[in-house]
Design a protein. Sequence first.
Lengths: 234, 270
Amino acid sequence: MQTSDNPFSTALSLIVNMDSALLSIVQLSLQVSLMAVIIASVLALPLGAALALWRFPGRNVVIVALNALMGLPPVVAGLCVYLLLSRAGPLGEWGLLFTPTAMVIAQVILVLPIIAALTRQQVEALHGEYAEQLNSLGLSRLSMIPTLLWDARFGLLTVILAGFGRASAEVGAVMIVGGNIDGVTRVMTTSIVLETSKGNLPMALGLGIILLALVTMINAIAHIIGETAKRRLG
Amino acid sequence: MNKASAFIFAGTLGLTISGTLMAADDDYITLASTTSTENSGLFDAIIPAFTEATGIDVRVVAVGTGQAFEIGRRGDADSLLVHDTAGEKQFVADGYATERLDVMYNDFVIVGPSDDPAGISDSETVVDAMQRIAKSESPFASRGDDSGTNRAELRLWEDAGITPQGEWYRELGSGMGPTLNTAAGMDAYAMTDRATWVAFNNPQDLALLYEGDEALFNQYGSLLLSEERHPHLKHDLAAQWHEWLVSEQGQQAIADFEVDGQQLFFPNAE
């Protein structure tokens, strides 16, 4: 690909001439990160809510651990998943290393603590407000979970977006477990690393601008949905 | 129950999409190779010819040679194409591969700031050049990542009778491209394979200062992995790739690959 020295015009010409290779890279990036966020949300929202409502020994340890895992270095998550999925590892039979599925697994591990920890905090605050009403209705803690999650949904949307931001921005994990294979596991961030290592700095930055634009777009859509829903509820 | 069904829906959706992500045909092999071959564009040039001849696609994981060996040892790639002859022979001796073949070579060159503060450009030998860099304590950027290039560089220091250490010797622990980016940024000398150098687009003030010594010869070898040790690998397909590389057609494809009109890899299969 011919590039100019200006990353912005490079980004622009990449978008204008959107070739199939770039399109598949963008598509895979979104697929992997959205999938990771969906799976992580399904697991982490109830988990975070449960952690907010139940009192059990060691609860504080779990909370601190979850909070700390929000800072888990992607490359460490990637390494763990690599060792797990490697042929010599416990799940090697599955043959998942160097596939998009492996990348999703690694990103779930990165995103899950963020969503769980922030959900815990939000639901706990909400529960503090509503505890009396909920108790007077005679609701069990288990049945409070959906109610509280639903009431906290606008805040939780931001939580999920934070998770998506983490997933779409990281490169350390997907590089190790995906292998940056052309046409198979190459995503936006690994392309940026590759172009940088080739010394194609404007191209690398151009791809970065496109990634940022995509993430901005998704955040804008989520914001609009949230605002519209809020307004409709009056 | 509304939310529960929403969760089930999301879960199903998840499985569907991950199902599509996993779906792939089996006519491919995973090749662990080096960044120099990938970054220069060699694979983009020769793999289509191989795929056309055999119907087999090759998925390249480009890493340092040290990491490529580790991937091979763990059984995570079907084939290896690397450049550390001593390490490759050890790999065969350890029983991880059954055969090693010479495929091609290129050479290493020494690059550095264009005003050449250590004056290496008129060195007699590469060992002489390394001694001049060490003596003048000019900054030298080393890969420091146990790659084939890094191992070759360390052998040269040993030949020069120098233990590289001190503020001038900077171990970066990164790939060839990032090392060149850093060397350009701090006006340091660096040893690089010619392919990566020619295809590199951010030289800034770096220039090629020393080349041509036989000690800078950089041999690439293909390894046929052991079926006994890793029975699950695609040995049949990998063997076709291994043999194609050294076939007349494969050797020609390697010779035909050029960047800016310059041939970067020289086939030398026996």
